[in-house]
Design a protein around this ligand. Sequence first.
Ligand SMILES: [Zn+2]
Ligand SMILES: [Zn+2]
Length: 399
Amino acid sequence: MFDSLEPMSTLRSGIDELATEDLAFASDDELEASLVEIERAMGALVAERARRVAEVERRGAFARDGLLSLTMWLVHRLRIAGSCAGRYVRWARALERMPLTRSALAAGDVTPSAAAVLVAAAESRPDEFPGVEETLVEAARSVPVRDLRRLVAYWRQAADAAGAEDEAEWRHGLRRLHVSPTLEGMVRVDGDLDPETGQTLITALRAVIDADVGSTGDLRTYAQRRADALGEICRRYLDSVDRPIVAGERPHLTVTVDLETLEGRTGRRCELDEAGVITPEAARRLACDASVARIVTAGRSEPLDAGRRTPVVSPALRRALVIRDGGCRFPGCGRPPGWCDAHHVVHWADGGRTALSNLVLLCRPHHRAVHRLFGVRMVSGRPEFLRPDGSALEDRGPP
Ligand SMILES: [Zn+2]
Ligand SMILES: [Zn+2]
């Protein structure tokens, strides 16, 4: 006896009823409990879908519609993406041989996320999986998915130590990193790192983020902090004196900018080698401190100041600046000198002197802020910061 329409219409009317509930009247506990129930029901539906996909495959019903594979048939009939259909088929095939997983999923005891870990485990070791299914399903009922993934990884290693080594070796070959300028004027970073390199990156990023005591009112998101930390790590490497010399010079950030742009007039060129065009203000900021090599052109392309790579701020002058300022001088900040640029209060392109009396230490975010919005002027040898409206910010002096 088969009548799927009846239970389906009951299911539909149940869902319709849920949709009419006014959630404003639900207590926190009721809201939470209903959400848990919905998640359990999703698991049951996933199991039921897989059972039906497996039945379609057994019958070869897709061939009746002239389609060459079950995946194509699902794409066509369910109007889903090929990758999604491929996953449905994999699950259907795997769950057929995973009776305990399937019933735990159907009962809502194992979430679809946990089931996905088990399906991947069964696919990787089809012969050994039945022997451990009961243990893994039991674990999937109680531990978070992250721990389940770890448990399965250990099981796979133990099940086939040599195979695990081979697999790790194969996986190592998949490491990749793409760094490419985008049309929006950003640089996209995307890749997969092997575990050691990945962990090294995570540790280094965390070390930079943790060391950045931050300043009051730091509004950056964690993702933005991570991006800034990566820049900081790379910048320190480029600044290090003992790094390898390539083609007779230490590769460094180069800004190509014409004098008109630096002087705040309308210029023609301001760009970075690979990342492309930047704004005139960014060029002025990058040329402001001298940890950046710059090529200044006069007019179209005649180099005026080509390859002037000696720092504008000599190491001795920088040491004096560090002693005077101690760190970022922006009120309330105080990031240590290693995070700072030497900002010219009057830009050298506008005739400002590269002397202690015209320099102030600013961390990278505040250097940006000062070039974009805030002002700074020297008042009897001390920097005074100005809000965009021209009013003075209180300066508590070096911390
Ligand atoms: Zn500056
Ligand atoms: Zn600062």
